[in-house]
Design a protein around this ligand. Structure first.
Ligand code: ZN
Length: 165
């Protein structure tokens, strides 16, 4: 079955007329895999591009990215969906970087990849602790805090000493 998802976000600009054009791409985890990103488990994102050609190699490009990206929760490691809602006009340097003069192609892959990465918050957690994986939280809490003489390193040491008596 052919996937309806795009892994290359390339627009061939050579034959475009000097006016505004709209393009739409659909990306999922395969796109992020191609950039070596193992953090994004799955994604359903729509990339909308408005490209205005003003001359042979002169463009104005604005990009909108909407949808969800699924990443592991920092607190419990269960998947958490992050809403992505990005919209920006590309800077002149960004357009220059994306445009391959020899091929006459605009490759928006790197730009879109970077934009999604910056729109995902640094701390990704379920918005409420009750949505987290209970078991994982218990294990985590047991191993990070509450270290006492009874259950922590001290107890293990005590046991070791007792066994060697
Ligand atoms: Zn969680």
């Amino acid at each position: 079955m052919e996937s309806r998802y795009d892994t290359r976000l390339v627009i061939s600009c050579k034959s475009l007329s000097n006016e505004s054009h709209r393009f739409e791409f659909h990306i999922n985890s395969a796109f992020f895999d191609a950039y070596g990103n193992a953090d994004i488990h799955s994604a359903e994102l729509i990339v909308q591009v408005a490209l205005r050609k003003m001359g042979a190699v002169q463009f104005e490009v604005s990009v909108g990215i909407t949808g969800t990206a699924r990443v592991p929760c920092d607190r419990c490691l269960d998947p958490v969906d992050i809403q992505v809602n990005y919209r920006a006009d590309m800077a002149e340097e960004e357009i220059e970087e994306a445009y391959n003069t020899d091929l006459g192609e605009m490759d928006l892959g790197q730009y879109v990849y970077d934009s999604v990465c910056v729109s995902i918050p640094i701390q990704r957690i379920h918005r409420d602790e009750t949505l987290c994986n209970r078991q994982m939280l218990d294990i985590w809490k047991k191993n990070s805090g509450g270290m006492t003489a009874e259950n922590g390193a001290f107890a293990a040491l005590k046991e070791l000493i007792n066994n060697n008596k």
